[in-house]
Design a protein around this ligand. Structure first.
Ligand SMILES: *Cc1c(COP(=O)(O)O)cnc(C)c1O
Length: 414
């Protein structure tokens, strides 16, 4: 019998930020000084050098021909998009609003692609006028683009988003397999491709995105192999050579106790094999991955200040000026089935032992406003800074900031 480990699950060690003089160092500054220069709490801080290190590590693990795209819905801060512009090979947008931010940041239209169900007529016209690649999500959308082409004389660049008949196993969010609002069912694609021949649209390839937040390399490898095989099959029906094959993403980061960082080695080895096969099977195709949280999630922190410290029937609460209205994901209300704690620390007492069990809550009148439940943290006083790690993705723009009318969060790129 294999012995069963009963060690309590803990957060994976965090080594993105250093500590000096008892303070977390972010963007080269001790946290309390950074807070002073930001001028308010709560705030998000995103560290450029941490993003750069992540991208470099990823490129080192993947074959050179695999292009990296950033899915900007993870964090659309304009300064961050401008930073990413020169570091990734493309920006994936999910709305015309995001497209405008990417264009303003100086991203070339040829490096922008647009996926998402329910694209409105006006958004499609904007995308066609801009000359970006449109990942088509339905046959109706294709019809709209054909009409826009006839009306304007501009040639829409399209890829078909395929809803495959498989899913990304063990994924935080499944976005393929079975009935889905995303993409066109794989079995319909040959007929759709046949209709593209004289449509006035420029067919460029396929987009297959099967899921998100995955920490199991074998599941990612399997989904990428199946996606590639599916694309090769479908390419036989295409009116033009496949120039772009987006194999999706799904690379996850460790948020919760027991999560371990993703091992990139098997993913890199598998993509090297796929890239080799692609040279024969899809010789004109550029292969890309589109990643959101994997590129930016670990490079960001959320910082809030302790406003009150109270004991209720034996339990200690740190009440802060931040909470679920700024950071819905850390409160556990953004897609988690069972609430678990993000990694937290008292950012100005990093050298003190984490020997006090407390719950960290926000200022909202709801029990959902919880940032940390019964966590071991350094003893904190009013005025101290609570740090929520792994907060560079799905933070400010994924949170209900109007709820209860508290001040908005601010963001800095350091
Ligand atoms: C949300 C999304 C992403 C980014 O997902 P992450 O889990 O942040 O990597 C990429 N592509 C598509 C199509 C998405 O919808």
């Amino acid at each position: 019998m294999t012995p069963i480990s009963r060690a309590p699950a803990v957060h994976a060690p965090l080594d993105t930020f250093s500590v000096s003089g008892g303070e977390l160092v972010v963007g080269g500054q001790p946290l309390s000084r950074l807070a002073a220069r930001v001028g308010q709490t709560p705030f998000y801080a995103y560290d450029r050098s941490a993003i750069d290190r992540r991208i470099a590590a990823l490129r080192a693990a993947l074959p050179a021909t695999i292009r990296l795209h950033y899915a900007m819905k993870a964090n659309p801060m304009p300064a961050l998009i401008a930073h990413m512009r020169d570091r990734v090979d493309g920006i994936d947008v999910a709305s015309a609003g995001e497209m405008m931010v990417a264009l303003d940041a100086g991203v070339a239209p040829t490096a922008i692609s647009f996926a998402g169900p329910g694209k409105r007529e006006a958004e499609l016209r904007q995308a066609v006028a801009a000359g970006i690649l449109i990942n088509v999500e339905s046959e109706h959308e294709l019809g709209r683009l054909t009409a826009i082409a006839a009306d304007t004389g501009w040639v829409p660049r399209v890829a078909l988003r395929v809803n495959p008949d498989f899913e990304l196993k063990a994924s935080g969010m499944k976005m393929s397999g079975g009935p889905k609002p995303f993409g066109i069912d794989a079995e319909r694609i040959p007929a759709v491709l046949a209709g593209l021949a004289d449509s006035g649209l420029q067919f460029e390839g396929f987009h297959i995105f099967s899921g998100s937040q995955n920490l199991k390399p074998e599941a990612i490898v399997e989904a990428q192999q199946k996606s590639f095989a599916l694309a090769v099959d479908l390419a036989a029906h295409a009116p033009a050579p496949v120039r772009s094959l987006n194999l999706g993403g799904g690379l996850g980061i460790p948020y919760f106790p027991g999560n371990l960082p993703l091992d990139l080695a098997p993913i890199g080895a598998n993509l090297a094999q796929i890239a080799g096969q692609a040279r024969q099977a899809l010789p004109d195709a550029e292969l890309c991955l589109e990643l959101g949280r994997y590129l930016v999630g670990e490079a960001g922190i959320y910082v809030c200040r302790v406003i009150d410290r109270k004991v209720s029937r034996g339990e200690t609460y740190l009440v802060t000026d931040g909470g679920m209205h700024h950071h819905l994901s850390a409160s556990g209300n953004f897609g988690q089935v069972v609430r678990k704690n993000y990694p937290l620390a008292i950012g100005n007492r990093m050298d003190a032992p984490a020997d006090e069990v407390v719950s960290v809550v926000g200022p909202l009148c709801t029990p959902l406003d919880l940032l940390g439940e019964r966590m071991s943290l350094a003893h904190a006083e009013i005025g101290d800074l609570v740090v929520v790690f792994q907060s560079g993705a799905y933070g400010a723009t994924a949170s209900p900031q109007q709820f209860l009318g508290h001040p908005a969060v601010t963001e800095v790129l350091v």
